[in-house]
Structure formats: structure tokens, C-alpha cells
Design a protein around this ligand. Structure first.
Ligand SMILES: Cc1ncc(C[n+]2csc(CCOP(=O)(O)OP(=O)(O)O)c2C)c(N)n1
Length: 614
């Protein structure tokens, strides 16, 4: 190949590529130029609108090559995670929509079957591609069909146990499918563990060198075009050695692929302008940063405290912690199940492990929580970041099942802070707690309060709620983020109702709950989680079993997969905005006038001369 000609000598090739079939008509020189255009297009768009960037920059050539070589969509490409699929999206008819990526009603930030026939298997969580590809290959053979199946997995994805389970199962099967290993030595942070070491070793393995020499010799002896074949082989070898580089083509992204893994949208005038007095107040910290800082304090207090992450050092706020306490910090790779059982092992042996795992990724480790931690009454602390709606990452990443899936586990403590200060207190409480696992779930958001870091966090009695405001008629029982939403709704509308911070979803403060039921006409529960199995369901069951007839209403997330979009927008769509809460309280106040429970409470007041006290 000659050096590609400068950009201005070509009319845009990208303009001519409306799908992979157009790409397959291009010359090798045009393909190289196309890669340049793709890279520019990706960079310009994503640095403006935000999204995953470094991984897609790294797979430009690979994506072009795959669509060139394979007859997509007849042949099936299965991308692991899907965060590196932006070039694939551009090449498969979604170029014009790239600027809508991750926004409400726009393109998904991951791959999604409903979005395109080229997205053969949806993803968002890592390490699934090999199992899915093997399944597709078997299905193809059983149905007597004929197409290629190709899984593309990163070296990060290869640290997940699921990938090895697939290899173990598929290896001896002799089914025909292809695995492309995209080894860029990076997960989100530099990849960790034995897998990256093994891959590096493999590259410099002398046996590989011998095989290469033999192939070279055989090609040289070929009766047809030996020189051409050798030249092709040396290019293939070259590309094998440097397969891909995260952030490729932009120096700043190549030098700091962690920073460019995902970028925020460039600020627009509308976004910089403060919208409300709340936003004008002094800047508060994100929950993930409060977690990181609190962990540093807790480890200083107790040298038995350690932090575990499953390849999410940055996302869980543990970067400074890992530098401050390198011996207390464990990145286990993309291996949530292992992280949990590893923590259980430490807990058995007297250490106080804190497993910091996004709510959505902890779903992977359910049995590990049940079988390895809860059943053995082990004090493993789970800090679940991204609890509730995460926003732009969408349905693969929303953390909305956790309250349900955790509180159904016997003995589990499940807590959600309403503020940064309470988050610190809950972490302290969890680390002093014994006899069961303890989960703290918090949102991808800023805490509403300013924290006094010099004050030592006071532990909170496990299972106690906080009465924030005493009013009449309606008892509002709110969990986590919904406490602040309810507080705002009640303050703005000047509603004289009771507000309780239900910081423990399990165990519940049943004494306070009974008192509230006794003294209010109506109960309203608020949670950023699913209804079935959620907090409201627990309260409702409690009331039903005891024969209470108060009016009951629960606001929760609908029983459906919720799309991507800003958190604010999604909360509004799901009926959990401040306005929705205010409306629900108004409705209950109206209903309360006529409820039989209201008459019962009024009669009780008449008899006792006061409301029942706790
Ligand atoms: C189960 C799970 N845990 C964590 C993540 C978060 N995550 C997204 S991309 C990524 C790194 C993937 O690395 P690799 O597979 O090598 O792809 P690269 O970004 O290097 O192209 C991680 C940890 C995830 N998507 N799924």
C-alpha cells in the first residue's frame, strides 16, 4: 500500500457509504481514507454530544475490516459490551443519528436488537458475546443454515468468568464460529490480572515465532504470487501485534484513554445557565466521591477495612483510595460474582470488605450474595452506586431492581441515604454491623447537602427511620433520592403532611410505621425502584397483614424497561418528579376527607384526647 493521499484530494468517501455493501466496493486505499473520515466524524460528534469515545476510536479499522470481510447482516457480528459500537452504527445506516446518541429518543449508547438488524445481540454488560455467539452458531447448525458468526471481545471482557465458561463449552464442540480478541491492554483502566499478562506473554512466545517462520517459508514456496502473499502475511502479522489502541488517532485520547473512555457533552449555553436557586447554592459532592472519601476515612480508622471493585475504579470513586491505600484496594477485573465471594472469604477471615459495585452489575452476583454472604451471616458491605435511574446509559444500566432483589434476601440489611452526610453515617454503621451483609444503594447524582468532613459520622441504629417533619393526614414514607424530592414538593406547596426518611428499606422501622399508620389517614410510599418486591410493597404487606385500612398509595418505577435519556427527564416520564409527588399528596388529602380510617382516627382522638404516641 502507498501512503494514503491527503484528505482534500478525495471527495468524501463516507458520504458514499450508506451501508456495508457500499464499503465492500471500495479499494484498499479508499478504505484507509474512510477510516480517517470515520475517526474525524466520531471525534467531532462525540466530543460535542458526549458518549463512549476511546473504545470506538480504537476499533475503526477493525470495524471497517469486519464489515468488509463478512457479509453483514447475513453474517452475524456480536460485539461484547457494545460501548465500542459507534463506528458500527455509522456504517450500518445510523450515521445521521449519531448526534442523538444516548439522548431521549435518540440512538442507544450500546447495541440493541430493536435499533438495527446489524445489532444481532443486545449488550451493555460485559463478557456475554462468546456465550451468545456459541448459541447462535449451534442454532444455525441445528436449523441447517449457513452464515458466519463472529464475536468481538476486549481483553477487559475476557477477564469475566462467563467468557471462560463459553470457551470451555464451545472449545471442543467443533462448531464453526470466530472470536476476535480486541486486545488494547485496557479495560476502562489498564487491564488487571493474569489474563492481560497471559496475552502479553503469548505475543512474545517463541513457539509463535517458529510458527511464523514456517508460514513465511511456505508462502515463499507458493507457486502463485509468493512475494504478494508474504507481503500480505507481514501486514497481517503487523496488525496482529498492534491490534488496536484505545483512543487511536487523537493524541490526548491515546495518552489518557481512561479520561476518554466516556466523555461528557460539551456545555451549551442552556446547560451552563443556572436554572434554580438550588443550583446556585455551593457545589455539593457526587455520591460516588463521597463514598471514596468516606472509605479513606474508614480505612484510617480501622486497618481491617478494604475496598473491592470489579474493573470500576473510576466509576465507583475509588481512584484516590487506590493511591492512598494500595494494599487495601482490590480490582478483580470484570468479575462481579468473584468480587462478592472473594469479599466473603475475606469476611470469614476477619477483614471488613466493602464491595463497591454498580447496582446493575451486582445483578450478576446474586447467588454469591445469597449463598456465600447471607447464608453464612457474613458482614460484607455492598456499596451500590448508580442505584435508580442512571440516565443516558439506559435500560442495561438502570439500577432499579436492587431494592427488590436485595431486600428479599433473608437477614440482609438494605439502606439508602437521603444525603451525603447520611451516606457517611451508613458506611460507618455498616462497618460496625455484624452478622449479615449490609447494602447501601445511592444514585448517580450529587448529594443535596454540604458535608462537614471534620465531624466524625455517627452510626445510625439499624432499622431506624427519621421523622423529618410532622404534619397531618398523610404520612409520606420516602426512600433515598425521593426524600429530597418529597421535601421540595412539601415545602413548595406548603403541605402540612408528615415526611419520613425511610433510610432502611430492610429492616423497616415497624414501631414508627405502626404509629404513623395509627395517626394518619393515608400512607404514601416513594421509591426510585420497581414496585413489585419494592419498599412500597413491603409497607403494603405490613398494613394488609395487620388489617389496616388507611388509604395507601405507592409511587415507584413502572414494570417495564426504561429507555435512555437524562435522569431528570426519565424521572418525570416515570411519574417520580416533584410535581408528581405533590399531586399524589393532594390526591390523598382529598381522599382522606372521606376515608373510613379518617373517621376511626378522629374517633380515637376523641376518646383519648390525643393522638397515640410512640
Ligand atoms: C458486567 C459489567 N461490568 C462492568 C462494566 C463496565 N465496563 C464497561 S466497558 C468496560 C471495559 C471493557 O474493556 P474491554 O472489554 O477491554 O473493551 P475496551 O473498552 O478496551 O475496548 C467496563 C469494565 C460492564 N459493562 N459490564
Amino acid at each position: 500500500l502507498t501512503e494514503p493521499r491527503p484528505a482534500d484530494e478525495f471527495p468524501s468517501i463516507l458520504e458514499r457509504v450508506n451501508g456495508p455493501e457500499d464499503l465492500r466496493q471500495l479499494t484498499p486505499e479508499e478504505l484507509e481514507h474512510l477510516c480517517k473520515e470515520l475517526r474525524t466524524e466520531l471525534w467531532d460528534t462525540i466530543t460535542a454530544v458526549g458518549g463512549h469515545l476511546a473504545a470506538s476510536l480504537g476499533v475503526v479499522e477493525l470495524t471497517v475490516a469486519l464489515h468488509y470481510v463478512y457479509d453483514t447482516p447475513r453474517d452475524k457480528l456480536i460485539w461484547d459490551v457494545g460501548h465500542q459500537g459507534y463506528i458500527h452504527k455509522i456504517l450500518t445506516g445510523r450515521r445521521a443519528l449519531l448526534s442523538t446518541i444516548r439522548q431521549y429518543k435518540g440512538l442507544s449508547g450500546f447495541l440493541k436488537r430493536s435499533e438495527s438488524e446489524y445489532d444481532t445481540f443486545g449488550a451493555g454488560h460485559a463478557s456475554t458475546s462468546l456465550s451468545a455467539a456459541y448459541g447462535m452458531a449451534v442454532a444455525r447448525d441445528l436449523r441447517g443454515e449457513d452464515y458466519n458468526v463472529v464475536a468481538i471481545i476486549g481483553d477487559g471482557g475476557m477477564t469475566g468468568g462467563l467468557a471462560f465458561e463459553a470457551l470451555n463449552n464451545a472449545g471442543p464442540s467443533a462448531r464453526n464460529f470466530t472470536i476476535v480478541l480486541n486486545d488494547n491492554r485496557m479495560s476502562i483502566s489498564p487491564n488487571v490480572g493474569a489474563v492481560p499478562k497471559f496475552l502479553m506473554k503469548m505475543e512474545s512466545n517463541p513457539r509463535l515465532g517458529k510458527i511464523k517462520d514456517e508460514v513465511w517459508r511456505l508462502l515463499g514456496e507458493s507457486p502463485v504470487a509468493p512475494k504478494k502473499l508474504q507481503s500480505l502475511a507481514s501486514r497481517v502479522e503487523g496488525s496482529l501485534k498492534s491490534l488496536t489502541q484505545k483512543g487511536k488517532g487523537y493524541e490526548e485520547a491515546e495518552l489518557d484513554p481512561v479520561k476518554y473512555h466516556g466523555v461528557k457533552a460539551a456545555p451549551t449555553a442552556e446547560k451552563i445557565e443556572p436554572k434554580s436557586p438550588d443550583q446556585l447554592a455551593a457545589p455539593t459532592m457526587a455520591y460516588m466521591d463521597i463514598f471514596g472519601e468516606a472509605m479513606i476515612q474508614e480505612t484510617a480508622r480501622d486497618s481491617q477495612v478494604v475496598a473491592i471493585t470489579a474493573a470500576m475504579k473510576e466509576g465507583t470513586g475509588l481512584v484516590t483510595y487506590s493511591e492512598t491505600y494500595p494494599d487495601h484496594f482490590f480490582d478483580v477485573g470484570i468479575a462481579e460474582g468473584h468480587a462478592v465471594t472473594f469479599a466473603a472469604g475475606m469476611a470469614v477471615a476477619g477483614i471488613r470488605p466493602v464491595a463497591a459495585i454498580y447496582s446493575t452489575f451486582l445483578q450478576r452476583a446474586y447467588d454469591h450474595i445469597v449463598h456465600d454472604c447471607a447464608l453464612q451471616h457474613l458482614p460484607v458491605v455492598f456499596c451500590l452506586d448508580r442505584g435508580g435511574l442512571v440516565g443516558e446509559d439506559g435500560p442495561t444500566h438502570h439500577g432499579i431492581l436492587d431494592l427488590a432483589y436485595l431486600s428479599s434476601i433473608q437477614g440482609m440489611v438494605v439502606a439508602a441515604p437521603r444525603s451525603g452526610q447520611e451516606m457517611r453515617q451508613l458506611i460507618r454503621t455498616a462497618l460496625l454491623h455484624d452478622g449479615s451483609p449490609f447494602a447501601i444503594r445511592y444514585p448517580r447524582d450529587k448529594a443535596p447537602d454540604l458535608i462537614d468532613w471534620s465531624a466524625d459520622p455517627m452510626p445510625i441504629p439499624v432499622g431506624s427511620w427519621e421523622l423529618l417533619r410532622e404534619g397531618r393526614n398523610v404520612a409520606v414514607l420516602a426512600v433515598g433520592t425521593m426524600v429530597e424530592t418529597a421535601r421540595r414538593a412539601i415545602t413548595h406547596e406548603e403541605l402540612n403532611v408528615t415526611l419520613v426518611n425511610c433510610r432502611f428499606v430492610k429492616p423497616m422501622d415497624t414501631a414508627l410505621l405502626e404509629h404513623l399508620i395509627d395517626t394518619h389517614d393515608a400512607v404514601l410510599t416513594l421509591e426510585e425502584g420497581t414496585g413489585i418486591g419494592g419498599f412500597g410493597a413491603h409497607v403494603a404487606l405490613f398494613m394488609l397483614e395487620r388489617g389496616y385500612e388507611n388509604v395507601f398509595k405507592a409511587l415507584y418505577l413502572p414494570d417495564q424497561f426504561i429507555e435512555h435519556g437524562s435522569r431528570e427527564k426519565l424521572l418525570e416520564l416515570c411519574g417520580l418528579s416533584e410535581t408528581d409527588v405533590a399531586q399524589a399528596i393532594h390526591d390523598l388529602l382529598d381522599k382522606g376527607q372521606t376515608s373510613p380510617e379518617s373517621a376511626r382516627i378522629a374517633a380515637k382522638k376523641l376518646l383519648t384526647g390525643k393522638t397515640q404516641s410512640r
